[in-house]
Design a protein around this ligand. Structure first.
Ligand code: NAD
Length: 257
């Protein structure tokens, strides 16, 4: 069955790997996110290689009206919505007392509120089909904290609560809602925070990789974006229809400690 899939923040990193995994099944995929328009068009056409249709929508995840348009465009273009992956996310690393106010607002908007807005628009479409799969890309930071990431940790903890609430509201409508909690994946989001973390902790960038990032992961290896994508596919499968209202960690053992 060809499904219609929306993946927010899918021009890079984990979201791109997730969009790629669905496109490889010849699903119809709506990609979203920022970036160079020629590069995004190259991604879009390459994802169509397996036979599905791929659409790019530029909705800014800080803007509820653009988010509503993303969902309605997917539904209008492909006749409904089957899978929603809330993946867009940003990070800012700073002690609370100097945390810039605009960064706090942006992180809460993109990493938490955007998932509320996509779900608010997607739920009526999924209820109408008595079918849907919602996967929220949370983080190990939805379960445990690290210093200097107050907004990110707050947003990611919040998205687990939103996941559980939505799962309960949709349990009798054939719609599952789950979260994935990855440990560190070497994407542009992680690469960008290394210099700031080095500054905040008074370390070199190499020390941040070994003594901060991979120190948290007992396997001492980064998670691969493709591994997060494979888990996303599972959570959207028929076999996972009784998996709802929960999170799955993919963190090299980080949160076992
Ligand atoms: P990334 O920076 O590679 O990709 C982020 C994507 O979100 C990009 O496509 C970007 O354009 C998009 N985006 C950013 N702001 C946006 C906005 N306002 N509107 C629309 N799109 C926007 O990051 P990533 O590491 O792939 O992160 C993806 C998700 O995975 C995030 O939610 C992040 O918190 C989560 N995560 C990442 C890691 C990791 O180690 N990389 C670990 C756990 C969770």
């Amino acid at each position: 069955m060809t499904r219609t899939v929306v993946v927010t923040g899918s021009t890079s990193g984990i979201g791109l790997a997730i969009a790629t995994a669905f496109a490889a099944r010849a699903d119809n995929v709506v990609i979203n996110g920022f970036g160079d328009s020629a590069e995004i068009e190259a991604i879009r056409t390459s994802l169509e290689a397996a036979g599905g249709k791929v659409l790019y929508h530029p909705a800014d995840m800080t803007r509820p009206e653009e988010i509503a348009d993303l969902i309605s465009t997917a539904a209008d273009r492909f006749g409904g919505l089957d899978v929603l992956v809330n993946n867009a996310g940003i990070q800012h690393v700073s002690p609370i007392e100097t945390f810039p106010l605009d960064q706090w607002d942006r992180i809460i908007a993109i990493n938490l509120s955007s998932a509320f807005h996509t779900m608010r628009a997607a739920i009526p479409l999924m209820k109408a089909k008595s079918y849907g799969r919602i996967v929220n890309i949370a983080s190990a930071h939805a379960l445990v904290a690290s210093p200097f990431k107050s907004a990110y940790v707050a947003a990611k903890h919040g998205i687990l609560g939103l996941t559980k609430t939505a799962a309960l509201e949709l349990a009798e409508f054939g719609v599952t809602v789950n979260a994935i909690c990855p440990g560190y994946v070497m994407t542009p989001l992680v690469a960008r925070q290394i210099p700031d973390t080095a500054k905040a902790r008074g370390m070199t960038e190499a020390q941040v990789k070994t003594d901060v990032l991979l120190k948290a992961q007992p396997t001492r290896e980064f998670v691969k974006a493709e591994e997060v994508a494979a888990l996303t596919l599972y959570l959207t499968s028929d076999e996972a229809r009784q998996v709802t209202g929960t999170h799955v960690s993919i963190d090299g053992g980080w949160t076992a400690a």
